[in-house]
Write a protein of this length. Structure first.
Length: 256
């Protein structure tokens, strides 16, 4: 069933990779742009450098974004700072992102772990505490990497957690197990997984699962939705947020 425009206005727009359609993913400038486009939340990818500094970067190497091949986990932070995304923008330290985010009082930040480790979990938990952002900055992992997610709470008991349960039928069980606050459902970038996820969602009646999850206090989001039909489909499931690479398009569709 389609939702009306007024109902859709309550759905939060969540910018995947700081708005990947801009090409400047995981940068402070990318964050700034998606906020201007109407995003209510931002996901960034976090991993550790060789010297243990948490930085915003998705890939294992810097080649795709900077044109120069450096393996993040084998490069010291000061050397990564010399590189530029698309020739212009520095690779940010997590502290920079949290400082920028602390001035955006109404937003949510999701810190997606890459090259996950207990050391990364500890660094994220400590950085979040440093800026007192536990209420709206969430570490995020898939269910299979939940031990790293849970470790952030061991380090900082105030942390609130975001989980990708992976399968629509596993949402409630896995969210309860991890005691997640935010639950992010959907598909990855492999094109056919979107169709598989939607088919499975029909079989298990995803909208009813989401309704029950919301009644139990979980905040549910879905994506990554970049086509108008996928944005409308996600909204029709009753989610509270939609992940997208294109915040401007998502806002246009939701506003009807």
């Amino acid at each position: 069933m389609e939702r009306g425009a007024a109902e859709n206005m309550n759905v939060r727009i969540l910018a995947h990779g700081c708005g990947m359609i801009s090409g400047i993913e995981n940068t402070i400038e990318g964050m700034r742009r998606v906020i201007e486009q109407g995003a209510h939340g931002i996901e960034c990818d976090v991993q550790l450098t060789k010297d243990g500094e948490p930085v915003l970067h998705h890939d294992r190497t810097t080649e795709r974004m900077t044109g120069r091949r450096r393996r993040v986990s084998q490069t010291n932070y000061k050397d990564l700072r010399e590189l530029r995304v698309l020739g212009r923008y520095p690779i940010p330290h997590l502290n920079e992102a949290l400082e920028f985010f602390s001035d955006w009082k109404e937003g949510s930040l999701f810190m997606d772990f890459h090259n996950s480790s207990l050391a990364l979990a500890e660094a994220v938990a400590k950085a979040t505490a440093r800026y007192a952002l536990e209420e709206r900055a969430y570490p995020l992992t898939v269910y299979d990497e939940r031990r790293f997610l849970l470790h952030t709470k061991d380090v900082n008991p105030k942390m609130r957690l975001a989980l990708m349960p992976e399968y629509p039928w596993a949402i409630l069980k896995r969210a309860r197990e991890v005691q997640a606050n935010q639950v992010c459902v959907g598909w990855d970038r492999i094109w056919y997984n979107r169709y598989l996820f939607k088919a499975a969602s029909t079989l298990v009646n995803l909208s009813s699962i989401i309704k029950e999850a919301r009644q139990q206090g979980f905040v549910i989001s879905a994506g990554v939705a970049n086509r108008p039909e996928d944005i409308r489909w996600a909204a029709a499931q009753g989610v509270q947020g939609i992940w997208t690479d294109d915040a401007a398009l998502c806002r246009k569709i939701l506003e009807g």
